[in-house]
Design a protein around this ligand. Structure first.
Ligand code: SF4
Length: 80
């Protein structure tokens, strides 16, 4: 069962993830966020719901490398 969050919170989560992805590419991402995202991404990469290499197929359709870099939403299947 997937968790429901408000549309505003969802937009904030997406923005936060993509902003942190940009920070990661620039080498200015907080190390604790980076470390947590590495653990989450390892889980996603072994998940049967990951589609096309990087998109979560568990209902949200999120880009996993960005989703794993935010702290508003969690995995819809409670894997992280
Ligand atoms: S967010 Fe959860 S359900 Fe989606 S690909 Fe990652 S581990 Fe799988």
């Amino acid at each position: 069962m997937t968790k429901q969050i408000s549309i505003g919170k969802k937009i904030y989560a997406i923005g936060s993830g993509w902003l942190n992805l940009a920070r990661q590419k620039l080498g200015i991402l907080d190390e604790s966020i980076e470390n947590e995202a590495v653990k989450r991404m390892a889980i996603c990469l072994s998940c049967e719901k990951l589609k096309n290499g990087n998109f979560c197929g568990a209902g949200c359709g999120c880009y996993a490398p960005a989703k794993t870099l935010q702290n508003i939403e969690t995995c819809p299947l409670n894997k992280w």
